[in-house]
Design a protein around this ligand. Sequence first.
Ligand code: PMP
Length: 434
Amino acid sequence: MTHVIHRNPKANYPVAASGEGPYIIDDAGKKYFDAGDAAVSCLGHSNDSVAKAMKAQIDSISFTHSGFFTNPAMEGLATFLAGKAPGDLNHVFFVSGGSEAVESALKLARQYFLEKGEPSRTRFISRRQSYHGNTLGALSAGGNLWRREPFAPLLLPVDLISPCYEYRGRRDDETDWEFGQRTADELEAALMAQGPENICAFICEPVVGATLGAVPAVAGYFTRIREICDQYGVLFIADEVMCGMGRTGSLFAVEQENIVPDILVMAKGLGAGYQPIGAMMCTDEIYNAIVDGSGFFQHGHTYLGHPVACAGALAVQQYIEDNDLLSNVQLRGQQLREGLMARFGNNACVGDIRGRGLFQGMEIVADRLTKEPLDPALKVHVKIKAAAMDEGLMCYPMGGTIDGHRGDHVLLAPPFIVDESHVDEVVSKLGRAV
Ligand code: PMP
C-alpha cells in the first residue's frame, strides 16, 4: 500500500527504474520511448554533462537563499537567457516550475501598473481551452473550463476569448489570414467590454500545448494581438512553459511570430527535467518601473534561483547549443510530421496533424471529413495512452469535453537528441497503438 498521493490513485503505474537517452526502463526491464512526458525531457535521460554540472554545483554550494546572496549559476543562466531572448527581455526571475512562473508573471504585471499609478488595471484576458498551471491564480488565468469549474469562484477576474484554433474555428468563407484577424479582434472587443483602463494583461501560449495538442496560430494573428495590446497599454504575457526552450525549432516560440511579449514565461524544457525550475523574463520598461518605483518586487519563493537547479539548466542549454540541437529539432520535426502524415494522413479517424518542430499533435475524430468528434464516453485518448504504453511508447493524449469542443488528440514531444530511427520508432509504435 503506497503512502504517496497519486493524481489518479486507481491507476496502476509501472515503476520507473532508470532512464537512458530517450528511453525510460521500468523495474521489469521494459523500455518506453519517452515522447510524452509533457515536453520536459528534451535531452532524454542520464545526460552526463548535466549530471556533472549539477554535481560540481553541489560540491561547491548547494543552496543559498536569495534574500542573502546571489549566486554565479543563477547569474550565468540569466545572462544566457537575456542574450538569447528577443527584444529587450533582459531581466529574468527564477522559480521552481511552470505554475510558479505564471503566478510570478501575473503578479509582476499587476505590480507594474501599481508602480505606474494605474491601480484599476486588475483584470486579465486569456483564451478558452488554455492551460496556464494548476495553482489557483494560474488556474484562474487558464480557460480550461472543466479544470476551472470545480474551483469556482476563482481568484482573478478573467475574461475568455476564442483560441486561434483554425481546425474548429475557421469559417469556410474566410482565409487563414482573415480568420487570424477576426480571432485576434476578439481581444479588442473583450477590452472594450470591460474598459481598457481595467485590463492588466492578456496571457496565451504561442503554440497551444496540453489542451489542444500543438496548435500554432495562423500567420498574422500575433502581430494583430501585439498591436491591440500596444494600442490599449495592456501587457502581453507569452506562456512558453510547454512550447518554449527549443521545442518548436527556435529557442523561443515567439521568435517565429516576430513579436516581443512584455513578459515571457518558461519552465519544462529550461531544465529538461533534471531539476524543478521555471522562469519569467520581462522588458526593461517593466523592470525599470519597479526598480525606479517601490524598488522591490513583491513576490518570491524559497527556491528562487536555486544554484543546483540553475547550474543544471545552464548545462542543458549549453548542451543544446554546443550540439546544434535546434537544427535537429527542425530536421527531425519535419521527419516526424511527414511520418505522421504518411502513417495517418488517410486514416478515417484522423482529422488533423499539426505542430512545429518536435511538438506535433494529431486530432482523433469520428469522421475526418465532417470533423465530427468521437463520443467522449469512449475515452479514446485514455485508450490510446494505455495501448501506447503497452507498445512501449509514452505519448500525451488528451480529450473529453473542453468548452463545448469535444475532441481527442495525441501530442508527441520527443527529446531533441532523437535520430532518424527513433522518429520511425515513435511513428510505428503510435500506429500500432492507434
Ligand atoms: N503553462 C503551460 C502552458 C503548461 O503547459 C503548464 C504545464 N503543463 C504550466 C503552465 C504549468 O506548469 P507546471 O506543471 O510546471 O506547474
